[in-house]
Each structure stands twice: as C-alpha cells, then as structure tokens.
Design a protein around this ligand. Sequence first.
Ligand SMILES: [Zn+2]
Length: 370
Amino acid sequence: MRYDHLLLCAICTSVLAAADPATDGADLILLKDFRPESIYHIPQTQVHRAKFAAIDVHTHDYAKTPEEVDAWVAAMDGANISRSIVLSFATGDALAALIAKYGRYPDRFELWCYFDFTDWDKPGWSERAVADLHHSHELGARGVGELMDKGMGFKPISTTATLTSHSDTTVGMHINDPRMKPLLAACAQLHMPINIHIGEDAWMYHAPDATNDGLMNAAKWRVDRQRPGLADHDYLLAALEAAVRDNPATTFIACHLANCCADLTQLGRLLDAYPNLYADIAARYGEIAPIPRFVQAFIERYHTRLLYGTDNHYTVGIYPVTFRILETADEHFYETGKFGYHWPLYGLALSEQTLQDLYHDNIARVLQRP
Ligand SMILES: [Zn+2]
C-alpha cells in the first residue's frame, strides 16, 4: 500500500511537472478554435486570376447599393470573372428592382428568378405560376433558381426564413410533383435553365458527435432526420432524377454537386444517364479538395457537365481560393475559416481543357438561346 501510494504520488508529480501551457493544449483547445497551420516547405501557389475568363454561375444579391455593384465588378475584373449569375430568389416587383440595380452592367450580370409559390396548395397554382414565370422572363430573368428543397419541399419565398424552422410543419412540393410539370415545361419553352438545391451533404445527416468527419459543419447545418415530413437526400435525389428524366427538354443544374460530395458516384450515374443535367461546384470546394485524386478523375470525366460557381460574397476573397484548388497541385493547406472543415486541402491540377469547359464553355453552351 505504502509503495503504491508513493508510486501514485510520483505519477501525480510527474503529471503536474509536465503541466505547462504549451503541452496542455490537447486537453483544452476546443475543436471550433482549432486552426492548424501547415509547416511543410512545399510549393504554395497564389492564383489571383482564373486561367480562362470565368462565368460564376452561382451568386446571390450580395451588392446592396450601386456602389457595391461597382465594387463587385472591380473584384470580378481582378479575378478574371467575366460574368456572374445572380440567383435572386425574386419574382415580380422585387425582381424588377434587382434587374434595374444590376442593369448598368448588362454584360457582367445575369438575373435568374424564383417560381412564385404563393398559394401553391390552392387550385390553379400551376397556371398562375407559369404566368408569373413569363412575366419574369419579360422583365429579363434568364433562368430559375436557386430552387431550394432541403427536405421540406418548396415554399413561397416570403417564408424562406422558415425553411429551416421546425415550427413550419407543412411539406411543400418536391421537384417531381405533378403540379410542377407545367413550370418545368415552360422553362424549356423559354430556354430558362433551373438551378436546384436538394438536401445537404452526408455529414449533416450524421450525428454531430466525435466520429463525424465534418463535425463543425455537421453541427452548424445539421439536418434533423426525425423531423416529421422531412425527405432525406436519397428521396430528393430520386425526385430530381424523375424530373430530369421526364422533362428532357428542360435543363437542370444541380447546385453544390447535388450535395453528393461524400459519394460522387451518385451524381456520376445521373450525369451518365441524362444529358439535360449539369452540376455546379459552388460552395463545395472544402468538400472535394480533401480527396484530390478521386475528384480530379471525376471532374476530368464529366468535364463537359460541371460548372464553376462560388456562392460566396465577393468580399470574402473566395475567388483565389477556388482557383488554387482547381488549377494547382498544392498540397496540405487549410481554409478552415472559409469552409468550416478542419481537414487539409489539396489542389486538383485540372487540365487546361477541363478548366476552359468548367469556367466558361459549358455554361456558355447552356445559355445559348435561339
Ligand atoms: Zn446559393
């Protein structure tokens, strides 16, 4: 006993002796505060301008004033972004106001509208919404999006704030709802592509516990799978596939790689099957850069079907980060502050032809109108 006691004391003493601020970190640092910095002496490439003039297919109404529109154009000039597609979520007067705000730069911005889901559960909605779509087109809208279905279906934009609120228990239409069909047909007739967001990436459906690979984002963007009426990612992907299959004249852009980053083969299967489907890579750089060899092969294989986009405010400094990931072979760098994940990133070193397609040629082909 006496020996054991002494031994214990000796252990305590050695632990206490080792306890200094420099080594305590592993016990005291919160994951949310973890900001590793790479110590490797390896090439680090700064890419301030896209290799080819790029069209950013996924932005939103980030400029609140005419001066901010000017600042955005200056940022685009600096980054070699020739045009930004503003997914406005707007219809009617709100859309007209946005088109006017960005209208000083008709070659630099393109506005896409939303569907008017007002009274979507009342008789005659499809006809009213098609009429509204024609009105939006006359105002100058050139596409639709970003249609948002995170599992509870489409809702009027006035209630977007409740899209993720659990107090909203109504289930809206999914993209394959029969009432959507006339709108999908009208989009084909008007040559308006549809940018659609379905579900979330896999990390957000898993418990935000110590095993979750993407923990901080899983905690922030967590999807409650127990929520009554919630359609999961598999359901939403099947709904999208049905809509794409049944409306071959309509062009669909599944944004954020259809939130299939944890299993891109799901998206690949749809791209193989349906030529009217495209995908944008906006806001998924943090998800694809940890697995550069697999993603490089994926993007090279589908180089005619993938579209460059950012989804981030132009002041965030997102452009150089996206170029570095797409164009360079840099290894083991972090963008934890921008993307939320704690894992290191790797450049994809895409080929010149693929960069040309991804940055410009694919969306230019989609936007070609008679
Ligand atoms: Zn977006």
